[in-house]
Design a protein around this ligand. Sequence first.
Ligand code: IMP
Ligand code: MG
Length: 175
Amino acid sequence: MTKQQTLKVMISEEQLAERIQALGAEIQAHYNGEPVAVIGVLKGCFLFLADLCRELHEDVTVDFLGLSSYRGTASTGVVRLTSDLKVDIQGRHVLIVEDIVDTGLTMQYLLKMLKTREPASLAVCTLLDKPSRRKASVHVDFCGFSIQDRFVVGYGLDLDERYRNLPYIAEVLFD
Ligand code: IMP
Ligand code: MG
């Protein structure tokens, strides 16, 4: 029997555009003209990063890395690097761009790994944050929207690789 899913718009295309513009301004002000190495976490970041980095008008480089997290049980998240950066980040101001911080386990792993490469600074920008789900305490420097514990798709986020192309964020209602 196939599971039915209904999507309910949570954050519209217009709301995303407006918030990302403001987030871009916040990030610009923070770095104050210093060069920034923007690092996107694949694949969920792809639309957010594309829109966000167009709001950053300073000296910016863009690179990507791939992570996968396996969740055998709900309580443990084992994270693995599937694709590494192509550039050296030593001495650079690094801004990690993620789609969502949920338990925080992925971000905790990533921060620990990137710190060993000795960047000048390391900051986290996430489009969505689900603080109520946190298992690892991670500091989020820039956040688009803080949301409740709902499963969401669209604008890069997927459900079994589907729905990444939606121009808005939708809540999945499983029925
Ligand atoms: P964390 O390690 O639990 O913080 O999970 C981070 C990753 O889980 C995100 O980068 C997403 O790929 C995925 N994830 C968490 N919540 C959602 C959701 O509501 N929709 C789609 N993917 C999610
Ligand atoms: Mg992700």
